[in-house]
Design a protein around this ligand. Structure first.
Ligand code: PMP
Length: 354
């Protein structure tokens, strides 16, 4: 730390993103990206004419993107705020609603702790049950803001709509933030509930189900009064938060419903094949509603398995979190990547048994 920086920077422990290596070509199953490319409609949205117009600032109101997202969900533009990835949406929501206290699972998305720490929010960690599920009753009448990733990050396990509704109802005096980064791969989407619940903030992203991780587009869906709060934060921090290229890509991506539905369907199919392949090798596999699977080898600890896979050209994520340190998190790749991965994994497990 330099002598110029403010004291409390010392206490910040920043988020460490998954590897994005440039040294060789890996089968990359470590950061929950989509294995399928962007739809051609989205690619064609960026014409030469469009690029020439980059001399202008992007639309700070994200008018077209807000309308496209609102149309997709049958809502009003006033219910939408586009952000620079959903990490930014989470940061705005933590800033607006979490200073007096926030709670979330002990095993979940690591960024929650980082932002809570940065903004001085007092955070409570609620332990997952021993089977890594969330007990919804632990979140009743908390008297503070609640953040739930549903499906949960790292585990892929989801809560159903019934218990989510109960949690929202049992905290009517507090905000409930539902992080739905992976919800498109599951069976429940809370977005329609914002019409009914004025304390619900849904955070979503184009990074996973819409193949746009590199464009950095996320969004918040909530009652218009909450969106006004968050817009105030956004305009005090970064008024042009979503660049023009990303706005255009996201508009085209959300309008291409057929491509989205096809690719999500393929990811779900491959996920079930991957889970089957892992179980056949004796792995403990958590039931995933996301585009990744958390799994534990019967023979090799998480860290060693991560290293062995990397040596053979496969990247998975090993998370240092104590409760899941024997697991690895495997992103669902394409059918072809999945077959190659299971073949390599079988070789590693056979070597271990020799
Ligand atoms: N929420 C969860 C649960 C995530 O796993 C991620 C991705 N790491 C994000 C939010 C942020 O994604 P992005 O900023 O790419 O939208």
């Amino acid at each position: 730390m330099s002598r110029f920086a403010r004291e409390d920077i010392n206490a910040i422990s920043p988020y460490i993103p998954g590897e994005q290596p440039r040294d060789r070509k890996y089968i990359k199953l470590n950061t929950n990206e989509n294995p399928y490319e962007l739809s051609s409609g989205a690619v064609n949205a960026i014409s030469k004419r469009f690029l020439a117009d980059l001399r202008r600032y992007s639309d700070p109101e994200c008018t077209e993107l807000h309308r496209a997202i609102a149309d997709y969900y049958g809502l009003d533009s006033q219910n939408v705020l586009a952000t620079n990835g959903s990490d930014e949406a989470l940061a705005f929501a933590f800033y607006a609603y979490c200073r007096d206290g926030v709670c979330y699972a002990d095993v979940t998305y690591g960024f929650y702790d980082v932002i809570a720490n940065l903004f001085g929010c007092k955070a409570e960690h609620i332990p997952l049950k021993s089977d890594f599920t969330i007990d919804g009753r632990d979140y009743f009448n908390k008297g503070k803001t609640i953040v739930i990733a549903n499906p949960n990050a790292q585990t892929g396990v989801a809560l159903d709509g019934g218990i989510i509704r109960e949690i929202i109802e049992k905290n009517s005096e507090n905000i409930v933030i539902l992080d739905q980064a992976y919800a498109d791969f599951g069976n429940f989407n809370a977005i329609p509930l914002i019409k009914q619940y004025k304390n619900l903030v849904v955070v979503n992203t184009f990074s996973k189900s819409r193949s746009l991780a590199g464009a950095r587009v996320g969004y918040v869906i909530a009652d218009s009064e909450l969106i006004s709060d968050l817009k105030k934060v956004k305009n005090s921090f970064h008024p042009y938060n979503v660049n023009a290229i990303s706005q255009a890509l996201a508009v085209a991506a959300i309008r291409d419903k057929e491509y989205f539905e096809n690719t999500v369907k393929k990811v779900k199919e491959v996920r079930e094949k991957l889970a089957g392949g892992l179980k056949a090798l004796g792995y403990i596999v958590l039931p995933s509603s996301a585009n990744f699977i958390l799994a534990e080898s019967p023979n090799i600890c998480g860290r060693d398995l991560y290293i062995k896979l990397k040596q053979k050209g496969v990247l998975v994520r090993h998370l240092s979190d104590e409760r899941i340190e024997n697991f690895v998190r495997i992103t669902v790749g394409s059918e072809e990547e999945n077959e190659k991965f299971l073949k390599i994994l079988t070789e590693i497990e056979e070597d271990e048994m020799r």
